[in-house]
Write a protein that binds this ligand. Sequence first.
Ligand code: F6R
Length: 242
Amino acid sequence: MRVIEVDNYDEMSEKAAELILEKIKENKHANLGLATGGTPVGTYRCLIKDHTENKTSYKNVQTFNLDEYIGIDPDNPNSYHSYMKANLFDHIDIPAAQTHIPNGNAEDLAIECLRYDKMIEEKGGIDLQLLGIGTNGHIGFNEPGTPFASHTHVVELAQSTREANARYFNSLDEVPTHALTMGISSILASKGIVLLASGEMKADAIYELLYGKIDEEMPASALRKHSNVTLIADKDALKKVK
Ligand code: F6R
């Protein structure tokens, strides 16, 4: 795993945006895997700034999000559909039909999971997957114990994940209990992966990721089995490593 140490959140965001922009320059038809949560907001801000100033175009890019809550309307401000529009899609020139997010309101969720994996495969797979990491080591919504062989699937969210995400809702009760997420195996199928981590809260997870056992109890440790992963982490997230 390549590790890029940066001073702070802003530097992490700039570096991540740089890698994404390099990928688009290399291939204007790039397939990008995207994440939500607090960590990538700064990266998206950098991409928007670049789009405004340098006119990088996303007309031929396709995006694939990692996950979506089950049972909230796509128009709900807390859905990941809304998050992606507000933080990126509404500010760049990507056609809506080229942005893909699992449908957490599908009538048959098992079929939706199969459809999502198949669609990614049919479109040629993901060239660069952006990831954040949970304090318990989750990636996507793959909580500890998720099989490394998992494809897109329905998950029950860990209490710690619901509590961490409650900041976006009026109360913990409103945080959905279930979500659809790309599986560990779907994530590892990406040709390249960029994992972001900022802040002391992530220090234990980053230590375990780099030095702990490769074990399903630590979902992110699966990334050590992939040959093209770049971790961009700030000093606080790397605190336990030194
Ligand atoms: C989001 C996702 C999650 C987050 C993780 C960290 O699409 O899949 O794995 O990356 O929960 O969240 P933040 O960035 O809010 O600390």
